[in-house]
Design a binder for this molecule. Structure first.
Ligand code: NAD
Length: 299
């Protein structure tokens, strides 16, 4: 059961994730409007198709990882979208980071058509996607999570059931707000320490063995050349785009506003990532903000 997967979105994350499904023996038909993404996926054993419909038709499971609220709403709810085309009883899993309301909207539409929907956003970055070590945080019905588990295990190492539809997104946005703040804080503090004359490598070793240690210092160091697998060490390419970070912080801020939960540090971080965006570096990994702070301090 559930061997035929229609996969939507073969970008920085989806490309690796679909490839990991193929490795575990799933038949994966993949669609992405980008020809480059499709060609890259084909090299990894994914059957490339030229439309969403061709990916979804007859699939036991439809899996998506798309860039925005709008992309998810369009892909699922348009006239020729997933909800209209998926076969009855099939399982729909969306791993995009979107607003919890978007997930609930799609979930309701799916349920009306006798489909099963789970929001299952991920954490762990492109390295996690590549190495199948992602953390999945899922919302929806528990029995749908149980059904999804084998598939999620092919792409990730940790799997959390968070509650009703949208709960996965709440967990994810909470995580990314904290990561956005921590990443920014790491960039400004490392810049300061280095400018004060510390060897970057020594500073990083200290931080990684002290109370300021975090994912941003250990895995995602914003200073180039210190963590070879971090995006900063490959010109800030192929990571988590600054544009996507802005999107997530805006989603988190919207959520916080709706319940009047104060997020002052989140607001500052959002503004600074927006400045990176307006300077034209939105496609770079979000740790690029280090370069901007460095530039300011070099003036
Ligand atoms: P990306 O921009 O590299 O990839 C998104 C892909 O979706 C693109 O190739 C785009 O062409 C494709 N796409 C757009 N509309 C489509 C449609 N209707 N059907 C099929 N494909 C479509 O982005 P990414 O980094 O892979 O991120 C995707 C999602 O995963 C985002 O919601 C992001 O917030 C989330 N995410 C990213 C990371 C990360 O580290 N990159 C980590 C966790 C979560």
């Amino acid at each position: 059961a559930d061997k035929n997967v229609g996969f939507l979105g073969l970008g920085n994350m989806g490309g690796f994730m679909a490839a990991n499904l193929v490795k575990k023996g799933y038949n994966v038909r993949g669609f992405d409007p980008s020809k480059d993404a499709l060609n890259a996926a084909a090299k990894n054993g994914i059957a490339p198709v030229n439309s969403l419909a061709a990916a979804v038709e007859g699939a036991d499971v439809v899996f998506s990882i798309l860039p925005s609220n709008k992309a998810v709403l369009d892909a699922y709810l348009e006239k020729d979208g997933v909800v209209a085309l998926a076969k009855k009883g099939s399982l729909l899993i969306d791993s995009s980071t979107v607003s919890p309301e978007v997930s609930r909207k799609v979930g309701e539409a799916a349920e009306e058509k006798g489909l099963h929907f789970s929001d299952a956003p991920v954490s762990g970055g492109t390295m996690g996607a590549q190495n199948a070590t992602l953390a999945f945080m899922a919302g929806g019905r528990k029995e749908d999570f149980d059904r999804a588990l084998a598939l999620l295990q092919a792409m990730g190492a940790k799997h959390f059931y968070c509650g009703a539809t949208g709960a996965g997104q709440v967990a994810k946005l909470t995580n990314n707000l904290l990561m956005g703040i921590t990443g920014m804080a790491t960039a400004e503090c490392m810049n300061m320490g280095i400018k004060m004359g510390l060897e970057p490598k020594v500073l990083l070793d200290v931080l990684n063995n002290s109370s300021a240690r975090s994912w941003s210092t250990e895995v995602y160091c914003p200073v180039p050349g210190l963590v070879p697998t971090a995006p900063s060490s490959r010109n800030y390419d192929g990571g988590f785009k600054n544009d996507l970070m802005v999107k997530d912080l805006e989603l988190a801020s919207g959520m916080a506003l709706s319940i009047r939960s104060p997020v002052p540090l989140g607001a500052v971080a959002t503004q600074l990532y927006r400045i990176v965006q307006s300077r034209g570096y939105g496609q770079k990994d979000f740790s690029f903000v280090f370069q901007l702070l460095k530039e300011e301090s070099d003036k």
